[in-house]
Design a protein around this ligand. Sequence first.
Ligand code: FES
Length: 215
Amino acid sequence: MSRFTELNARRAHEIISHYPRARSAIIPLLHLAQEQEGWITNDAMTQIAELTGATAAEVLGTGSFYEMFKFHPVGRYLVNVCTNISCQLLGGEELLEHAETTLGITDGQTSDDGLFTLEDVECVAACTEAPCFTVNYRYFHRATPETFSEVVAELRAGRNPMEKGQQGDRGEIPDHGTLSRTLQHIPADRKAGIVAPEEAAQAPSWMPTETGENA
Ligand code: FES
């Protein structure tokens, strides 16, 4: 499923109703699409364009400005470890190394079981609670390697570790879809590491070329 579910289609219309112009709802609709699938598919962008009167290219152009929107599949749990200055001074680099060892992957990679994608990120805006990491954008403050391991163990066991999270979280970690769906979509080269720059630069197949045909 890459277009909105029936429920989310109703939510999308409700979101649009809050704005004087439908296209002002593009960003919240991108959030809704990502919440549903874990990433933003071409079909979702096309549907958002239909709903808002924008072009698909405008939807992509808006969303791709923001690092938190993903246009490729990620693991069920997206783990961001902050290594910017406040976190770095208080052990962020060591936390990232521990995360890499614990998950068996490096920055930008997804674990072979499709459960975790790891990202080394710049400041998640919780500097007073450094060092920090997030899981599906839920915060874990003043983290240590031990707390990281505990959270990962809870997730691997299928439990919600958010009681270990601190203020700023919403009490749960949203699930980015079933494991089988995640595994089905993650390309082998992303599991192995970085996507080739030429692939990243490739226009989606639905985007018109300069001649007006689809790529
Ligand atoms: S430096 Fe890590 S949250 Fe700001």
